[in-house]
Design a protein around this ligand. Structure first.
Ligand SMILES: Cc1cc2nc3c(=O)[nH]c(=O)nc-3n(C[C@H](O)[C@H](O)[C@H](O)COP(=O)(O)O)c2cc1C
Length: 407
């Protein structure tokens, strides 16, 4: 049964060309059992008529903040509060800007400011409007305030240009809402029940000879905390761990490895999964040849070690053609230009999110119990306050759950 059965949707329609698809959206919402009340902006009325929408929704359509009869029948505050959720489709650049900045100069924007729900937006606009710095900032502000953004899709626009900005199809919007509702229903306890997660953690250890190795200062604490939080959220979690001094988290299967090559093999063996979190500090290089015996000090002075590149586990998983996890999260440990370097890494590796931490000497991230991270995706960068690694893990897992609910 659809999770929309019996739900009431307040649908705000703003003035984009994609408004011509709204009659279909209304029909689909009603097919799944939702009641729909519609608010139109003045601009929206240029693209779709109130009469069409009133007929299809079976409800009065609202468009005037100062209508005496509407205000007496159903005050604007009541309209914004009585719905189970608020959907803005299509969401123009203008209404997104107004909502992000708290403007309330017509019925639609006033409702968005007055609502006690976290609205869902289905943006639709020209590619240049979508990629404009102002829109990027506004969308990031809405996300930060808890709104969900469904789409937009890539494609040919009504104006003939190509790129991101097309509203996703009505059926995709309805599916997205259903997923959000199902996620909400179980959000209080195990939002990731039924999902599989693979996490890497710790350093890798690349041997030079039987007693020496190349490694790094990663303690594995953050990756272990993430695996614990994923398992607590209900995900079936496999942790592929480099050598660390930590107990296996409750409910997590731990696979121990030493080298990057072993780590990649175990990760590939643990896939497919819905979620992949690459928190391990994988050594970039390994010795080309590993001595069979301990290398002796001698008259020739120190030996030189030829290094070869290790496999790139994050990029390998991100770029998998078949069976790629739905959400791939990488880590970037940087000592300078944190956000810029993390964005570059996101693009290079092809992952969906980067957790960037500043591991400069003064921050004592390696081995410490606290972390200060920025979360970077293709549209946005959010700095989170310094907190315990367990708290960072829980917040990251909540973000993963909300992202999975909408993709
Ligand atoms: C033919 C036409 C198509 C438009 N399509 C869009 C669109 O798809 N997305 C958008 O953000 N604005 C679009 N606009 C501009 C908006 O209608 C304009 O910004 C308006 O002020 C939006 O008002 P509203 O957000 O209150 O509905 C379009 C304008 C015209 C004339």
């Amino acid at each position: 049964m659809s999770s929309l059965v019996g739900k009431s949707v307040l649908l705000v329609v703003s003035g984009g060309i994609a408004a011509f698809k709204i009659p279909d959206l209304v029909r689909r919402l009603r097919e799944r059992g939702a009641a729909v009340t519609i608010v139109l902006t003045e601009a929206a009325k240029q693209f779709v008529t109130p009469l069409t929408l009133a007929s299809l929704s079976g409800n009065k359509v609202y468009d005037d903040l100062f209508s005496l009869t509407d205000e007496i029948e159903m005050g604007h505050i009541e309209l914004s509060r009585s719905a189970d959720f608020v959907l803005v489709a299509p969401a123009t650049a203008n209404i997104i800007a107004k909502a992000a900045n708290g403007l309330a100069d017509d019925l639609a924007s006033t409702l968005l400011l007055a609502t006690d729900k976290r609205p869902v937006y289905a943006p639709a606009m020209n590619v240049r409007m979508w990629l404009n710095e102002a829109t990027i900032r506004n969308v990031a502000a809405l996300r930060a305030a808890g709104a969900t953004i469904l789409g937009p899709a890539d494609g040919v626009m009504a104006c003939g240009e190509f790129g991101p900005g097309r509203m996703i199809e009505p059926l995709e919007i309805v599916d997205g809402l259903e997923k959000l509702l199902s996620a909400d229903a179980s959000a209080t306890d195990r939002p990731l029940a039924g999902y599989r997660a693979v996490v890497t953690a710790g350093p890798t250890r690349e041997p030079i000879d039987p007693v020496r190795y190349i490694s790094n200062k990663s303690s594995g604490k953050q990756g272990y905390a993430i695996a614990a939080a994923l398992a607590a959220a209900g995900a079936q979690t496999i942790l592929v761990s480099g050598p660390v001094d930590l107990a296996p988290p409750d409910g997590v299967s731990v696979v121990r490895v030493e080298t990057a090559v072993q780590m990649l093999a175990e990760v590939e063996g643990a896939l497919p999964s819905d979620i992949f979190v690459a928190a391990a500090a994988v050594a970039d290089w390994r010795a080309k040849s590993v001595g069979a015996q301990k290398t002796k000090k001698g008259p020739k002075g120190p030996p030189s070690i030829e290094l070869v590149e290790n496999p790139d586990i994050l990029a390998t998983v991100s770029k998998m053609k078949k069976g790629r996890p739905r959400l791939v999260v990488g880590f970037a440990a940087e000592t300078e230009n944190l956000i810029a370097n993390a964005k570059a890494k996101l693009n290079r590796k092809g992952c969906d999110l980067i957790v960037a931490n500043d591991v400069g000497a003064e921050n004592e991230i390696f081995g410490g119990d606290k972390n200060r991270v920025a979360i970077v995706d293709k549209d946005d960068a959010q700095q989170w306050p310094q907190s315990a690694k367990g708290d960072v893990a829980e917040r990251l897992v909540a973000l993963i759950a909300s992202r999975l609910a909408t993709i």
